[in-house]
Write a protein that binds this ligand. Structure first.
Ligand code: SF4
Length: 485
């Protein structure tokens, strides 16, 4: 049985009919189908129109005809610039590949004074300085950071709690700025911290060096303190006081927050959003738990399934749309990332939603002991004993040995969604990612069987819902256009 029509079918003379461009289609709901082209532009068609379009039977006077031509799903005698325009859009989307690694995560300490049961890092107790990065290791890591050809370099300090090794952060920032005086890259720093130990000296340093703060806030006090235990049970109070203090010194927009969804969060979606609104954040990233670190050991990851999380997510999204309807501008940030892919020619650079996978080539992690991991999740997996994505060590390996290693290139090549079973035919492939680390963690395989993949189920459901919402409501389409841009 042949899968495709004969070649001649695709070469019908343009004056007689139109040529089909490369596109994929998937069912949406009812009799609607979504089509995507190579640049990720989409169109929703009724099944009958899709069917006559594919059979070259669609009349040029049909209202769908010009929309299909405009979005490069077909080429006819009047599509002079169509192919060149499409090629240009595809090149713009792929531009990140030529820039290579821009995000460099340094795990400056595994120590932490919290003991969150869902922690994806497998932290160490506070006083074990054996888990701190040394200046010598940081120096070697910096030498690799500046080997990246990327014109912009972001160095993100993570932990544990990175501020427990603040002296090293101070050292790295100074050295990176020194190196950059001749490199002239667009250099940026971020500290990911729970803000429990932040003080004026640290904040003043951040102000002087233009450092961004990214913190954790899971929602209102009862939820946050239950999720993030520390001996004096005041994680929420410290986080909120820290956010306010940091905003005062650094500027409001230089402090962002991230939440993690635990089982307890699931019934509190709207309260979590209210907390972010009340603290005047411009949006929220409704994140699921990842299958790594303490989240697995303490069974937090297994505490709810994707469908339960999707109910939580869509209820939150509906609530946020309603807030906007009532005049309060507020974004859901995961949707915004996907919408940028759907509605603009740009690639937002979110590692989980990249194909080829963003591991190593978009973001990389230098662990406290000098081990280099292909992503943040890859080092979390290593903390559980699986070092599949350890791509080298700053003390033992050269830039070339690390970034051209089989440990990095094999998963990127094998998981490439454009040639992975199911993804290669999926209309949502331009928006999706390949996430070999997730599939290794859950299915012991870089590609994963997508029919059993929580990653696939979660993302495909969200892609479909976002498109349906835009199709059914001009107000939501307008709002989503603002989020995308
Ligand atoms: S993972 Fe699922 S949603 Fe994503 S491209 Fe593959 S089949 Fe489509």
């Amino acid at each position: 049985m042949t899968k495709f029509a004969p070649l001649a079918e695709f070469r019908k003379p343009v004056e007689a009919t139109y040529q089909l461009a490369f596109f994929r289609f998937s069912p949406l709901e009812g009799d609607r189908y979504v089509l995507t082209n190579q640049a990720g532009e989409y169109l929703v068609l009724p099944r009958s129109v899709l069917s006559s379009f594919i059979r070259h039977e669609l009349s040029s006077s049909d209202s769908y005809y010009s929309r299909l031509r405009h979005r490069h799903f077909l080429f006819d005698a009047s599509s002079n610039l169509g192919k060149a325009l499409l090629a240009n859009k595809v090149r713009t989307k792929a531009k990140r590949l030529e820039n290579f690694t821009s995000l460099h995560i340094m795990v400056v300490s595994l120590r932490c004074e919290h003991s969150c049961p869902y922690c994806q890092v497998s932290r160490q107790s506070e006083d074990r300085s054996a888990f701190d990065m040394t200046e010598e290791t940081a120096e070697k890591a910096l030498a690799l950071v500046f080997r990246s050809p990327s014109p912009s370099i972001k160095i993100e300090f993570q932990g544990g709690e990175p501020l427990l090794n603040f002296e090293l952060i101070r050292y790295v920032v100074g050295r990176a700025e020194q190196i950059n005086s001749s490199e002239q890259r667009d250099l940026q720093f971020v500290i990911t911290t729970n803000l429990a130990v932040v003080d004026n000296t640290i904040l003043e340093f951040c102000r002087l060096h233009d450092i961004l703060i990214s913190t954790s806030l899971d929602g209102p006090a009862d939820l946050h303190n239950a999720n993030r235990p520390r001996p004096s049970r005041n994680s929420y109070e410290l986080a909120v006081a820290g956010i306010q203090k940091a905003r005062k010194v650094l500027g409001h927009e230089r402090v962002s927050a991230l939440m993690t969804t635990t089982k307890t969060s699931l019934s509190k979606g709207r309260q979590i959003i209210d907390e972010y609104v009340q603290l005047q954040f411009p949006g929220i990233f409704l994140r699921p738990l990842s299958p790594y670190g303490f989240a697995i050991k303490t069974k937090s990851y297994a505490a709810y399934d994707v469908d339960r999380w999707l109910d939580f997510y869509f209820d939150g999204l509906e609530y946020i749309i309603d807030l906007n309807r009532r005049g309060l501008p507020f974004k859901e940030l995961y949707a915004s990332t996907i919408l940028t892919k759907m509605l603009t020619p740009f690639e937002p650079g979110y590692v989980d939603l990249m194909s080829p996978a963003g591991i190593g080539i978009s973001a990389v992690v230098y662990n406290y002991d000098g081990d280099v991991y292909a992503s943040d999740e890859a080092r979390m997996l290593a903390e559980m004993g699986d070092k599949t994505f350890r791509i080298g060590n700053v003390h033992d390996n050269s830039y070339h040995e690390i970034f051209a290693s089989d440990a990095l290139l094999d998963p990127i090549e094998q998981s490439f969604a454009g040639s992975a079973p199911m993804c290669s035919e999926c209309a949502f492939e331009p928006y999706c990612g390949s996430d070999p680390v997730f599939h290794m963690a859950t299915q012991r395989d870089f590609v994963g069987l997508k029919t059993r993949s929580a990653f696939c189920h979660r993302n495909m459901t969200i892609f479909k819902r976002l498109i349906s919402l835009m199709e059914d409501s001009p107000m939501i389409r307008e709002l989503f256009l603002q989020w995308a841009n």
